[in-house]
Design a protein around this ligand. Structure first.
Ligand code: PGA
Length: 249
């Protein structure tokens, strides 16, 4: 049995005051939600406000990125030890928007994943194909390359501590959700890669989340797929009532 992870990625939305207001509404709605782990990933500037707001609850706070080094001359980066010091427990790594707009590669995704693990954070490592990849029948090739060049650099002990998120780029923020069957098929491909590299134990226990236009009205059918172990939600995680209904699918 894999415990589902219901994660929200706020991207570049909300101020600290809006963060506090979100949690005032969200907290009571998920008080009894013990069937899953809940992670909210606000922008760096709101991590402190989020950590204060979730004290005494089961809700975890994660960052949307993490530097590959502990400290140094890396303007604009935030390191694992800094995130831990502020109270974060998770970090998204390799989100497609980082890959697309900020030059993130499979190699830097691996470095950042290792940095998160070294700091004691749970990395949520994102993979996913673009629309043109899917149209050219290259979904498996792309997912395999992202896995082989990125995640597969981890040791078996490191791998045991990560969460994977499958996010087809064409489904992110577009309103086009992968059908539950399409998502499950991609999850099976990824789990197959894990099996080939790390064996049956890790392949059975790793949580693979689906992300891309997850909404309150489609979460149930996605989560009905045994392959889907949770969701990574962008737009629909900004509203406390909507995201609580996703968590409580
Ligand atoms: P979306 O974003 O739910 O707004 O499509 C998902 C994500 O980017 O993690």
């Amino acid at each position: 049995m894999r415990t589902p992870v219901m994660a929200g990625n706020w991207k570049m939305y909300k101020t600290p005051a809006e963060t506090t207001a979100f949690f005032e509404k969200f907290r009571p709605l998920v008080e009894k939600s013990e069937h899953c782990e809940i992670v909210i990933c606000p922008p760096f500037a709101n991590l402190g406000a989020a950590v204060d707001a979730v004290k005494g609850t089961r809700v975890c706070v994660g960052a949307q990125n993490i530097a590959w080094d502990r400290e140094g001359a890396f303007t604009g980066e935030v390191s694992g030890p800094m995130l831990v010091a502020v109270g974060a427990t998770h970090a998204i790594v390799g989100h497609s928007e980082r890959r697309q707009y900020f030059g993130e590669t499979d190699e830097t995704v691996l470095q950042r994943t290792e940095a998160a693990l070294e700091a004691g954070l749970t990395p949520i490592v994102c993979v996913g194909e673009r629309l043109e990849d899917r149209e050219h029948g290259a979904t498996k090739t792309v997912l395999t390359a992202q896995f082989t060049r990125g995640i597969a650099g981890l040791t078996v002990d490191q791998f045991a501590k990560i969460v994977i998120a499958y996010e087809p780029v064409w489904a992110i923020g577009t309103g086009k959700t992968a059908t539950p069957e399409m998502a499950a098929e991609a999850h099976r491909m990824i789990r197959g890669q894990v099996w080939a590299k790390y064996g049956s134990g890790p392949a059975t226990s790793v949580r693979i989340l689906y992300g891309g236009s997850v909404k309150p009205d489609n979460v149930k059918s996605l989560m009905a797929q045994p392959e889907i172990d949770g969701v990574l939600v962008g737009g629909a995680s900004l509203d406390p009532v909507g995201f609580a209904s996703i968590v409580n699918f």
